[in-house]
Design a protein around this ligand. Structure first.
Ligand SMILES: Cc1cc2nc3c(=O)[nH]c(=O)nc-3n(C[C@H](O)[C@H](O)[C@H](O)COP(=O)(O)OP(=O)(O)OC[C@H]3O[C@@H](n4cnc5c(N)ncnc54)[C@H](O)[C@@H]3O)c2cc1C
Ligand SMILES: *[C@@H]1O[C@H](CO)[C@@H](O)[C@H](O)[C@H]1NC(C)=O
Ligand SMILES: *[C@@H]1O[C@H](CO)[C@@H](O)[C@H](O)[C@H]1NC(C)=O
Ligand SMILES: *[C@@H]1O[C@H](CO)[C@@H](O)[C@H](O)[C@H]1NC(C)=O
Ligand SMILES: *[C@@H]1O[C@H](CO)[C@@H](O)[C@H](O)[C@H]1NC(C)=O
Ligand SMILES: *[C@@H]1O[C@H](CO)[C@@H](O)[C@H](O)[C@H]1NC(C)=O
Ligand SMILES: *[C@@H]1O[C@H](CO)[C@@H](O)[C@H](O)[C@H]1NC(C)=O
Ligand SMILES: *[C@@H]1O[C@H](CO)[C@@H](O)[C@H](O)[C@H]1NC(C)=O
Length: 475
């Protein structure tokens, strides 16, 4: 073993920090740098983030005659969309975003790329076990409530707040019921039957019961209720990545996409007329983007805006959000039989909600031997801890006839969706947080879209984005 002096340790830990941070802290950039002509990109709109919201914005703005450039930090577009390909057969497995609402925004978007949609039918597992993952023991006697009547009561409540259909345009004062914790709201209106349903629909919201009711209503709004009562849709080939493949092709052809790239600095008024100069680190060096308008389609957190010329109004909003975390992964060699599902049911928790951090559930996939595991936590955990906890929980499973093999289990895919569920407190909502946040739309030439501005639902996010587009085009 090589002894390491303290000095070396310091350097090592510094290197480690820069490796861990996906995007390094901005250096002092000389904005007047003399960029070669080929490194200066002039567009109407610069879109930050090529996930669900950013990709939709880009495709629609091109359709509306704008020139755009998308900056995506990963080497692939798609954000929370994860599609796994079985190499031997070519079988596709969506283990990130899976389903959409059957509405005209969704039909038009997939129609643009001629990607066929179909009703989402994922079959029913042969066996479903209800287990408390903390102990691995079956929760005997647990029966899921019949949510039909609770859902009817929920709709009555939702209809009181038509403004929730898109965005967070809340009235002033904000209705008291929306500020109640979801737990108190459920008691008040006898909606117990909603809790398990909404927690299963809204995986990733680890702590929904204690959050303001506003977030439950945003996540299961009228259009999603209609979808749940009828049917979800998905891509006919069970390959949601087709959408992002097609968008990557279209945007690349229009010289409108920078992958594996991130913003180093933003100066939003270099010409005194509100035009932005955006310096971007790309795999082929630094580029200078000149754009009159910016669409931010990444989580609106302070850490997302390193190197930006933020004002106090912006800092106030971005610094207020808190988040949870959500993980999705595929595992092989687990010993879990095919067509076997396991739900995490709290043996002694309110409404039998799963105790988190922990696994939400284990689902079979279309590939024998491959299982889909979802994991959530109300606070941040690192990837190593999450993997360790998943394997340990597998080992604890005590289901008659099932012998798990945690020591042999392997992660075929593992994706951290962090941060997930940006939220603020009831008091902050009451004091006008969302009025100030929505007031940022168009402020200093920037518009905002994505889950934090709507909810974690692509169909809803696209509909929300539609409202912004005319304003962006006009500006
Ligand atoms: C496991 C899982 C399953 C889900 N299932 C569904 C489902 O079935 N149906 C559904 O509608 N929704 C589902 N969702 C919800 C999903 O969150 C939304 O539908 C949608 O993906 C959110 O869109 P977004 O654009 O806000 O974020 P994202 O899709 O995450 O896009 C953000 C993009 O910005 C990029 N980025 C981040 N920071 C930077 C930066 N600094 N610079 C440049 N780029 C950056 C990211 O790499 C990413 O590509 C699921 C989510 C998860 C995690
Ligand atoms: C950046 O520049 C400012 C002012 O010019 C200076 O105070 C600061 O120390 C510099 N930071 C770095 C990382 O060089
Ligand atoms: C979606 O809804 C439309 C009617 O609005 C219908 O024609 C279509 O068959 C539905 N389902 C799918 C999978 O597209
Ligand atoms: C649930 O309740 C509704 C109405 O109360 C009833 O029509 C339906 O059959 C029930 N479903 C189940 C699975 O029991
Ligand atoms: C279990 O599910 C598999 C895959 O869906 C199916 O082929 C099989 O027939 C089922 N077995 C039983 C015993 O139901
Ligand atoms: C609930 O069960 C868990 C797991 O067995 C245990 O750790 C916890 O103390 C129990 N809590 C209560 C309130 O009984
Ligand atoms: C597994 O569950 C059975 C009951 O189904 C119980 O008798 C047994 O003690 C449990 N084993 C462990 C290791 O917890
Ligand atoms: C889409 O947004 C509009 C507001 O612009 C809203 O009236 C409508 O209900 C939303 N549609 C869906 C399907 O959510």
């Amino acid at each position: 073993m090589k002894p390491i002096s303290l000095g070396t340790l310091k350097i090592l830990s510094l290197t480690y920090l820069t490796l861990v941070a996906a995007i390094p802290d901005p250096q002092n950039i000389t904005i007047e740098d003399d960029y070669h002509e080929r490194d200066v990109i002039t567009r109407d709109v610069c879109i930050i983030g090529g996930g669900s919201a950013g990709t939709y914005s880009a495709i629609r703005l091109l359709e509306l005659g704008q020139t755009v450039i998308v900056i995506e930090k990963e080497s692939l577009m798609g954000g929370h969309t994860n599609t796994f390909t079985i190499r031997s057969s070519g079988l596709k497995i969506d283990y990130g975003v899976v389903v959409f609402h059957n509405n005209s925004v969704v039909q038009d978007y997939f129609g643009h790329f001629k990607i066929p949609l179909a009703y989402a039918d994922f079959g029913t597992p042969n066996t479903t076990a209800n287990v408390d993952f903390r102990t691995g023991q079956i929760v005997a006697g647990f029966v899921s409530e019949n949510s039909t009547s609770a859902l009817e009561g929920w709709v009555v409540q939702l209809q009181k707040y038509p403004f929730l259909a898109a965005g967070f345009n809340l009235p002033d004062p904000v209705p008291e019921d929306l500020l109640l914790s979801f737990n108190d709201f459920v008691q008040k209106y006898n909606l117990d039957g909603m809790v398990q349903l909404i927690s299963q629909l809204d995986q990733g919201y680890a702590d929904l019961l204690n959050q303001p009711t506003l977030y439950a209503m945003k996540s299961l709004g009228l259009d999603l209720v209609r979808t749940v009562q009828n049917s979800y849709i998905t891509t006919a080939r069970h390959d949601n990545y087709e959408l992002y493949d097609a968008a990557t092709t279209e945007l690349s052809a229009a010289k409108s996409l920078l992958l594996s790239s991130y913003v180093i600095s933003v100066d939003r008024n270099y010409d005194g007329k509100g035009s932005a100069k955006i310096v971007v680190q790309t795999p082929t060096g630094k580029k200078l983007i000149k754009a009159r308008k910016i669409v931010v389609a990444i989580p609106p957190r302070t850490s997302s805006f390193k190197g930006w010329d933020l004002d106090n109004q912006e800092k106030d909003i971005f610094g207020t959000y808190r988040n949870e975390v959500y993980y999705t992964c595929l595992l092989t060699n687990t010993g879990i039989p095919d067509s076997f599902a396991v739900n995490n049911i709290g043996a002694n928790t309110s409404f039998n909600l799963p105790a988190l951090p922990g696994i939400y559930d284990i689902r079979p996939t279309a590939e024998p031997g491959l299982i889909d595991v979802k994991y959530g936590s109300p606070f941040e955990q690192d990837d190593t801890t999450v993997k360790k906890n998943i394997i340990a929980a597998l080992g604890r499973l005590n289901i008659t006839g099932v012998t798990t093999t945690p020591e042999k289990a392997m992660f075929a895919a593992f994706n951290a969706h962090v941060p997930f569920f940006e939220h603020v407190t009831s008091d902050q909502i009451k004091e006008g947080f969302y009025k100030r946040a929505t007031g940022l739309q168009g402020h200093r030439g920037v518009w905002y879209t994505g889950a934090a501005w709507e909810t974690h639902d692509s169909s809803q996010i696209w509909n929300f984005t539609e409202i912004l587009l005319p304003e962006i085009v006009k500006a």
